[in-house]
Design a binder for this molecule. Structure first.
Ligand SMILES: [Zn+2]
Length: 286
């Protein structure tokens, strides 16, 4: 089944939504992405018999629930990979939410976030290819508190529908970041730490040393998955990206890698290390 997945060409699915792009990766897996947002967040919908799992809920700009209901009528359980706002923007649209137990997740679920912060992080016009979705009103947009039905810890195994997801705590980009190992299908949902693009360790709570340790942890599970599903940019990455990323973070830590200074769209400085298929951003040091 998984070999078929690797060779499979994802198929575009038409919906009546003008914000999300939906790819059917295989019978039980859809990638729902936000290509008109700078973050190009990817949300995964995994069908598991009598229940579906939604991995992350995106930027909260399009109506995620409406698009998901076009893809499945199964009840939905949300599992978040971490607390960066581009991954839980539509959590409040769902009633069954599972999160990694961490002070940041507890704080966000209890308080939501201010409209100012939401606007600054995700809703500035320079972050978006306009127009906004039809029914989106920026002045009404909020990230309200949401109820978490289950708090999880490292190495928990979630049984949702007929899918077994193993929780792997993998800090480095965010202190509360988890990867989700789908033991049923041999897929690693790898969040923001393995992707076709840059891994952002220059934000508050980011740390290249922790990222390296997370890659080492994932290498111990290397035989348990066949493919990576990242939370940004293109879905379906070859798992060989993991040893490449491990060597890359090692070279950053040892001082062997060369970097270039830069500043992101939010004015945060970084050092950028470019490698084959992946880049790492670390906090700026001259
Ligand atoms: Zn992200």
């Amino acid at each position: 089944m998984t070999t078929a997945l690797q060779n499979n060409e994802p198929q575009a699915i038409a919906t009546n939504d003008d914000w999300f792009e939906v790819l059917k990766i295989t019978d039980y897996l859809f990638a729902v992405s936000e290509p008109r947002h700078y973050e190009h967040t990817v949300i995964y919908l995994l069908l598991g018999g009598d229940r579906a799992i939604l991995i992350d809920t995106g930027c909260g700009i399009g109506n995620l629930r409406r698009v998901v209901e076009q893809l499945t009528s199964l009840p939905i359980t949300v599992v978040n990979t971490h607390t960066h706002l581009d991954h839980l923007g539509s959590n409040h649209q769902f009633s069954e939410i599972i999160m990694f137990d961490h002070p940041r997740s507890r704080c966000l679920s209890e308080n939501g976030t201010s409209q100012e912060l939401l606007h600054w992080e995700l809703q500035r016009e320079e972050l978006v290819t306009l127009p906004w979705p039809d029914d989106f009103r920026i002045e009404e947009s909020v990230l309200p508190p949401f109820k978490v039905s289950r708090w999880i810890k490292h190495d928990d195994v979630l049984e949702i529908g007929d899918i077994r997801l193993r929780v792997l705590h993998t800090p480095g980009e965010a202190p509360d970041h988890v990867c989700l190992l789908d033991q049923t299908h041999g897929i690693l949902f790898c969040g923001d730490i393995l992707l076709n693009g840059a891994v952002w360790c220059h934000l508050d709570g980011g740390d290249v040393g922790e990222l390296h340790a997370s890659y080492e942890l994932l290498m111990r599970h290397f035989d348990a998955f066949d493919i990576l599903m990242p939370s940004h940019n293109a879905p379906c990455q070859n798992k060989d990206l993991l040893p490449i990323a491990l060597a890359a973070s090692g070279d950053v830590l040892s001082g062997k890698a060369q970097s270039q200074a830069g500043t992101d769209l939010w004015g945060r400085d970084y050092n950028k290390y470019d490698f084959r298929r992946i880049s790492i951003l670390s906090r700026f040091s001259p």
